[in-house]
Design a protein around this ligand. Structure first.
Ligand SMILES: [Zn+2]
Length: 200
């Protein structure tokens, strides 16, 4: 009967639309924190599709206050049990120094201590340029920073201890993911490097 098919389709649609109300987690019970970079095809790299994950992207794929806020909500209230962080090579967050960035902002804005970070939360203030630099979070080593993000989330009281957390580095130059420090390219060019154990 056609009406049975139509009824089933409508029930499937209602399940999709009303997921949060019904306490249905995303398909993979997965939260992804990734850099916003346009060269990072995060869904393709992880092999996930629509409905599979909550995906949070920011500059660097870094654990900021809003990344923690989103991870806290999805792991405590939306059934998420796994977090994957994706950073990448040639990230813009390694392309300039914090000092240069702050100088540029100061030259166009003036007094940075008067800037409100979150218009809905004026209590959130960074009154020194040193703190502002740490808030911007430029970094120098993608492997090091990738591992640090895992530790930040694992140690955060808002993230339940049963949640599994892992990070990867997406190599823009190869289009592949690797674990931090597991650079296959360093193990293929000469006899010495071929004998060295892969660090992963
Ligand atoms: Zn990036």
């Amino acid at each position: 009967m056609l009406f049975e098919t139509i009824d089933q389709q409508q029930e499937e649609w209602a399940k999709w639309v009303l997921r949060r109300q019904r306490g249905i987690p995303n398909n993979r019970k997965l939260f992804v924190l990734a850099c916003m970079d346009e060269r990072l095809p995060v869904e393709e790299a992880l092999g996930i599709g629509p409905g599979d994950a909550h995906v949070f992207r920011n500059a660097g794929g870094l654990v900021t206050d809003d990344a923690i806020r989103s991870a806290m909500l999805t792991t405590n209230f939306f059934g998420t049990e796994e977090i994957i962080i994706v950073n990448h090579t040639e990230c813009g967050m390694m392309s300039a120094s914090t000092e240069d960035l702050i100088k540029t902002l100061q030259s166009s804005i003036g007094d940075l201590s008067a800037v409100t970070l979150d218009p809905a939360l004026p209590e959130l203030q960074l009154t020194t340029s040193h703190a502002l630099g740490r808030w911007i979070k430029m970094f120098e080593d993608v492997d090091e920073i990738s591992m640090a993000q895992v530790a930040y989330l694992k140690n955060h009281p808002f993230i339940p201890s049963h949640v599994q957390i892992q990070s990867y580095v997406y190599e823009v130059e190869t289009g592949k993911l690797r674990k931090p420090y597991a650079r296959l390219s360093e193990h293929v060019n000469n006899a010495k490097s071929m004998k060295e154990p892969l660090n992963q």
